[in-house]
Each structure stands twice: as C-alpha cells, then as structure tokens.
Design a protein. Structure first.
Length: 276
C-alpha cells in the first residue's frame, strides 16, 4: 500500500501513514487535513495532520483514523479563532514575564480542547508557575512551543502581509505549500554561489533562503558527472593537465589549476582523468 505523508498541524513533526485505504487516499488533495493516531509518551493520541504529496525527510509511523470532510475542515479553521481570542492575553503576560521573547500565534486543537501558544526567542526559559496561572486563566489545557527563526516567519499571521516584495521573492517559500526542510550550507557550495555575498542569500528570517532547496536534488545528481575537486585531469584539446579546483554545473565547465599556476576553464566534455 502506498504511503501517505502528513505534517502535524500543531507540532513540527512529520509522519508516514501506511494504512490509509486506497479509495480514501486517491481522493485526498495536497493540504487536505486528516485525523491520525500516534504514540506520545507511551500513550496513543489523535491529532490533525496536513497531507503533502512528497516524501518528508523525517518519517515517524502513525495510524490513519479518518479524512476530514470539507465541512469538518471549515469548522476546524473557524475553531482556530478560539485560540486567537486568547492570544492577546498570552502575548501581554508572556512579554511581561519573558521580555526577550516574541509571541507569534496560537492554535486550537478541538480533539483535546487544547491551545498551543508559539513564541520565538534565542534564550531558554523555565516557565515555573506561568503555565499553571495561564491554564487557570484560559480554562483549557495549554502547551507552549519555542520555534526557530524560519518557523517564526511561517507561523506569523502577519507574514503574508509583507511577503510580497520581500528579500525572499514574490512569496516566501516558508509560506508556500512546499513545507521546507532545513537549508544546509551544501546548497551554497553546490550551486557555486559566492560566500562573500552571504547576506544576499539570507531571507527575512535571517537564515539561508528556503528557495535554495528547490533545485538541490538536481545539483546533487549533476555533481556526479563532474570530477572531484583535487583530482588530476587532462585536457587534450588544450594540451594541458591540472588539478580540479572547482566546477560550474550551469555552464558545465571545470576550473583547472595547472602545474605552472595558471587557472583554466575548460568544458566538461573536453577533459579526461589523468593517467599519472
């Protein structure tokens, strides 16, 4: 049975579901919501997941429970207002208790009558009595989640207001339907981008732009067609040999450093491994 991949609506967790009935799976669309069951601290619990049509990088097993109808999904979206109504109170109290933080938003889980509050901070906090006092004020089970800079931009309800024309392009990738994995420094090296201009490669969150991940798989595949850096090669057409110092996947050129110290750019098709 083909697997179904979901991203939890409340927490930064990905799940692989293998028992979704075929007749249900074929009708699910990208970004649809389902209810799934997973193990949490030794107990089984239900939660809401978002369907994505590509394999997620981290796979945890979960059980399929049901697909949410359009009416149920609409009601679920409307219920989020319950959490948003409490958010101003949380924001005020949290900022007073932890001045260096940035409260972001809140989400409501109707399956457990729970509210999730999200905040960003570079510091770690001990909440102490804060959660207990907030729970008594709200009258529901609450959870506090500290998120990173990239998730801060994705979760911020105001993010869409300044996405257009931002450093990230027409639309921030973290707001798009493609939920981004962590962006690795490998993206910069493989794409031949200039490390000296690193600030240009950062988005609004201050991290490397999510869009650097879009073509990473293609670059990784194309790299296998080029000689390794540091290897010795010959270029018969130029009657030269040298050591590979770099290569450009887009122009399909290899950069050689000759024994005399010259730097040559030669087509990939014009080189062969050195016999020496």
């Amino acid at each position: 049975m083909e697997a179904l991949y979901v991203l939890d609506f409340f927490m930064n967790k990905n799940f692989k579901i293998s028992d979704c009935p075929k007749e249900i799976r074929k009708n699910l669309k990208h970004w649809d919501k389902i209810i799934y069951r997973c193990e949490d601290k030794g107990n089984m619990k239900d939660s809401v997941g978002i369907v994505v049509w590509y394999p997620l990088p981290i796979e945890r097993s979960a059980e399929f429970v049901s697909a949410m109808s359009l009416e149920e999904q609409q009601k679920f979206c409307e219920d989020q207002q319950i959490a948003l109504d409490f958010f101003p109170t949380f924001k005020k109290k949290f900022k007073e208790e932890f001045p260096g933080s940035k409260p972001i938003t809140a989400r409501y889980n109707p399956l457990g009558d729970q509210i999730y509050f999200y905040f960003y901070s570079e510091d770690r906090y001990v909440f102490g009595d804060f959660v207990k006092n907030l729970r008594s004020m709200v009258g529901k089970n609450i959870f506090l989640f500290q998120v990173g800079a990239r998730d801060m931009m994705r979760l911020d309800p105001c993010a869409k207001d300044y996405a257009i024309g931002s450093d990230c392009g027409m639309q921030q990738a973290c707001l798009s339907y493609w939920l981004m994995p962590s962006v690795e420094v490998e993206c910069v090296s493989l794409q031949g981008l200039d490390w000296r201009d690193l600030e240009r490669l950062k988005g609004r969150c201050g991290k490397l732009k999510c869009s650097l991940m879009y073509e990473l798989e293609i670059y990784q595949k194309e790299c296998k067609n080029f000689p390794q850096k540091g290897s010795k090669i010959e270029c018969p057409s130029a009657n030269q040999n040298g050591i590979v110092s770099n290569f450009n996947i887009m122009t399909r050129e290899v950069v050689l450093k000759t024994p005399e110290g010259m730097i040559l750019r030669v087509p990939l098709s014009a080189i062969k491994p050195s016999e020496s």
